[in-house]
Design a protein around this ligand. Sequence first.
Ligand code: M6R
Length: 357
Amino acid sequence: EKGTYAHYMLKEMDEQPAVIRNIIQHYQNENGDIELTEGVRSLVSEADRIYIVACGTSYHAGLVGKQLIERVAGVPTEVHVASEFGYNMPLLTEKPLFLFISQSGETADSRAVLVEVKKRGYKALTLTNVAGSTLSREANETMLLHAGPEIAVASTKAYTAQIAVLAILAYDIARANGKKLPFDLMTELARVATIMDSVMAQKEIFEQLADKFLKESRNAFFLGRGMDSYVGLEGALKLKEISYIQAEGYPGGELKHGPIALIEDGTPVITLVSQPNTHLNIRGNIKEVVARGAVACTISMEGMEHESDSFVLPRVEPLLTPLVTVLPLQLISYYAALARDCDVDKPRNLAKSVTVE
Ligand code: M6R
């Protein structure tokens, strides 16, 4: 039930710190070590490449997951949109593992891929929020998101839960392969939960930003580089699905290859600046769009901030920034939809789970 909350989406955004703490509890043993089932461990240990398959927000979590698995665990990983997989079937390695990411566990496009790969005798692991869902039952193994029911059509807490669980999976594979771990994951996740609390306590700021930048606009851009570009895609999806503002997420460097032609006086450009290796280049992109009339709403991270930024987040390990950078984008989208009198929890033309191909 949504209790005192005006919308499920607001409640579910607010639940994110608790979900992260819940995930830590479920995946950590008494010694503070990551604990996965033997079934999951043996599946991933046999794989020479991981093929992530998902749709929508879960696909965006998969993009972050690929970076986590490759950079932390060193296992080659690809990410595919489920509905395209059949036409653009990648060359498979000898021992592929299919990793399905799905909040509902019922998405028909993802299930079609699962049916096909099982027919070919390949193994599958499903990351889902719903125990007993179709994708969970039909895969060899399941990792649960422990996010609690997600009712709003716009997915929020499932996204952050998926990224946290993907990070845990990446760390477990890395440990099994004797890799040096870049930082203590569970400690950093606990810190992330505290930072999430602090962002959620400042909602009025994002309400004001939504009013200022998006209330009256027809379109918007979300820019970022590296990890930030993936989160920008998620921000654009959130905004378009609930506020009906046309939104595009772009890697900063792609701007000059076409989309910059769309920038005119007053075009809102929402930019994330959280990656130490890209922050100087993305600042250059902000200057380019502002010079063409764009209004810049910049969400940055401590150590990379600028006095003109709209919001500065506390510093988080670069591999985990999506867990916190997505919050301002979720909140801005929510308040933009409210300001435009949209039905936040049940946007037009959309269903919570898409059970047709
Ligand atoms: O249940 P799933 O994670 O498989 O759903 C996938 C997409 O349909 C879903 O993420 C959709 O994009 C959301 N409405 C985004 O907010």
